[in-house]
Design a binder for this molecule. Structure first.
Ligand SMILES: NC(=O)c1ccc[n+]([C@@H]2O[C@H](COP(=O)([O-])OP(=O)(O)OC[C@H]3O[C@@H](n4cnc5c(N)ncnc54)[C@H](O)[C@@H]3O)[C@@H](O)[C@H]2O)c1
Length: 327
């Protein structure tokens, strides 16, 4: 039997550099389409089409069973630096490729959304039924990205939006601007973790659990449009910092100080993954220590903490300055 073909858009990034090889090993024929802003760290068995996704045409998408959309601007600093690019790439681009995909006969598109669509919530665990209210560019653009794709869902075109928690752990295309990864780096580099506010809640998603969720989503056959929260666990950033500090102290035998600036954050949320458990059969397996250990085991591969490729906003500003990207 021939393998199912999957196109991972934005698959040369932090998430895609782990997910694409994982899906390949799971038996899919995986192609990545990416502009490679941060370079290419994919293994040779993954076919790479280096392109701006807006340059793709309907005929380029014929023959793929599923598309996974991981492209666009992937954090608040990028979105705030360039609100225009943010809405073009996080909202218009998924709508454009979703439309092409449906016309090309692709069966499903899976959109990497974010739990940041929930904004500043009160002390409650949010389900997909709860209101998603946020007022900052990144969150709004991801919410609108979901909506533009869900509007395309029909009998023969399935849309799955995965609201990812903050993804953490090691990827060959490393990021050190993500909650736990940043704490890990700062604990080692400065012997200090500085928090904006230790009480803030975040859902954390290990890359292994993320891969499992996408694999399950590819097997999900119920037609139409679907939303799923996906996270490994909910935690306050204070608890997370305690775990990272304790681990580094024990391994490296120096004290790690935690300081709290007590600033009002505009993001505060914890999410329920019950829907993903019951419909996708997703079962989170990673805890904080698993993710910290995963970082520790790969430390040699990202120990040059000054490397600007590890920080999305630095690379993005450079691409804008060179006129490779519009501000
Ligand atoms: N990393 C997280 O914690 C997190 C959390 C929630 C949601 N998400 C979402 O998951 C997705 C993947 O995140 P990531 O951390 O891997 O991001 P990333 O920034 O590492 O990767 C994004 C990739 O998309 C590519 N890209 C962007 N626009 C493109 C275009 N127009 N044409 C071609 N390629 C383009 C970039 O070259 C890059 O390789 C993003 O959509 C992000 O919003 C990420």
């Amino acid at each position: 039997m021939s393998k199912k073909k999957i196109l991972v858009m934005g698959g040369a990034g932090f998430v895609g550099s782990v997910l694409a090889p994982y899906l390949h090993h799971a038996g899919y024929q995986v192609t990545v389409a990416d502009a490679c802003w941060f370079g290419n760290y994919l293994p040779p068995e993954i076919e790479l089409i280096q392109t701006d996704l807006f340059d793709l045409k309907q005929e380029d998408l014929v023959g793929y069973e599923s598309i996974i959309f991981l492209a666009g601007l992937s954090n608040d600093p990028m979105a705030e630096f360039s609100p225009k690019s943010n809405f073009i790439l996080n909202t218009a681009l998924p709508a454009y490729v979703g439309f092409l995909a449906r016309e090309a006969g692709v069966k499903r598109i899976i959109y990497a959304s974010s739990c940041s669509v929930y904004g500043y919530t009160l002390n409650k665990t949010y389900t997909e039924e709860d209101p998603a209210i946020c007022n900052y560019p990144y969150g709004v653009s991801k919410l609108q990205g979901e909506r533009s794709l869900l509007a395309l869902a029909e009998e023969n075109f399935q849309v799955i939006c995965i609201r990812q928690g903050t993804v953490c752990g090691f990827s060959p295309r490393m990021r050190l601007d993500l909650a736990m990864n940043t704490m890990f780096k700062n604990a080692l580099l400065n012997h200090q973790i500085t928090l904006s506010n230790h009480r803030i809640w975040r859902p954390i998603l290990g890359l292994e659990d993320l891969c499992q969720a996408y694999l399950k989503a590819l097997d999900f056959t119920e037609e139409g449009g679907h939303l799923f929260n996906i996270s490994s666990f909910n935690t306050t950033v204070g608890e997370l910092a305690d775990s990272v500090a304790k681990f580094i102290q024990e391994k490296f035998q120096f004290e790690v100080k935690i300081t709290d600036q007590n600033i009002q954050d505009y993001r505060n949320y914890k999410v329920s993954t019950e829907k993903a458990k019951s419909l996708l059969h997703f079962q989170a397996k990673q805890n904080d220590l698993d993710i910290i250990n995963n970082l520790y085991e790969h430390l040699d591969l990202f120990s040059d903490f000054a490397d600007e490729r590890f920080y999305n906003i630095s690379v993005f500003k450079k691409l804008v300055a060179e006129n490779t990207l519009v501000e």
